[in-house]
Design a protein around this ligand. Structure first.
Ligand SMILES: [Fe+2]
Length: 198
C-alpha cells in the first residue's frame, strides 16, 4: 500500500490569521504531497533494485528515502500539532515534564524558539522524547532528516522551511515562530508524549 497524503485536520483557512489559506494550500497540497510522492517513488526503486540484485544503487536511493520519509512524517505531525482551538500552555504530565527538564514553560519556549529560529537554511525545530535519558530534548533538523538522534520520538515540530511562511511573513522567521504558539495543539502534543512513553 503506497503512502498517502493525509487530509488536513481542519479547513485550509482555519489557522488564520497565523497562517493564511494560500500558504496552507500550497504547503499541504504541493509540498507535503511532493514528499509523499518522493517517498513512494524511492520505495518502488529500492524494491526494484533489490529484486534485480542491483544493490549498489540502493545507497543513493536511501538518500531520497530518508529525505522524503522524514518530510512526510514531520508534516503529518506538524498539521496535528496545530489547531484553531490551540494556544495557551500544556497541562498535566506534559507540563510537569517540561518544568522538570527546562525549569519553566517560559524557559522551554525561549529555548525552543532560539533553536528553531537558528536552523541553518531549511529545517525544523523539534521537541522529542528521549527514552534513554527519560527526558524531553529540543533538537534542530536540517532539511528533514539531518541532526536526528536515534531512538527519540518527535512530539512537536515547527517547520521553518521558507515554503512554510515566506508568502505571509517574508524573511521574518521569528514572527512566524512566535505566532506558532497561538495555535499549538497541546492536547495533541500530550497524546504524543503519553504514547512515546509506553
Ligand atoms: Fe513544509
Amino acid at each position: 500500500m503506497p503512502h498517502q497524503l493525509p487530509d488536513l485536520p481542519y479547513a485550509y483557512d482555519a489557522l488564520e490569521p497565523f497562517l493564511n489559506e494560500e500558504t496552507m494550500r500550497l504547503h499541504h497540497d504541493k509540498h507535503h504531497a511532493g514528499y509523499v510522492h518522493g517517498l513512494n517513488e524511492a520505495e518502488e526503486k529500492i524494491k526494484a533494485a533489490q529484486q534485480s540484485g542491483d544493490f549498489a544503487a540502493i545507497r543513493g536511493l536511501c538518500d531520497a528515502l530518508a529525505f522524503n520519509y522524514s518530510g512526510h512524517l514531520f508534516h503529518t505531525l506538524f498539521w496535528n500539532n496545530m489547531s484553531p482551538d490551540g494556544g495557551g500552555e500544556p497541562e498535566g504530565e506534559l507540563a510537569a515534564q517540561i518544568n522538570k527538564d527546562f525549569g519553566s514553560f517560559a524557559t522551554f519556549k525561549a529555548r525552543f524558539l532560539a533553536a528553531t529560529n537558528s536552523v541553518q537554511g531549511s529545517g525544523w525545530g523539534v521537541v522529542a522524547w528521549q527514552p534513554l535519558g527519560a527526558q524531553l530534548v529540543i533538537l534542530q533538523a536540517e532539511k528533514h532528516q539531518n541532526l536526528a538522534q536515534w531512538g527519540v520520538t518527535p512530539l512537536l515540530v515547527l517547520d521553518v522551511w521558507e515554503h512554510a511562511y515566506y508568502l505571509q511573513y517574508q524573511n521574518r522567521r521569528p514572527e512566524f515562530t512566535e505566532g506558532f504558539f497561538t495555535v499549538t495543539n497541546w492536547e495533541d502534543v500530550a497524546a504524543c508524549f503519553a504514547s512515546a512513553r509506553k
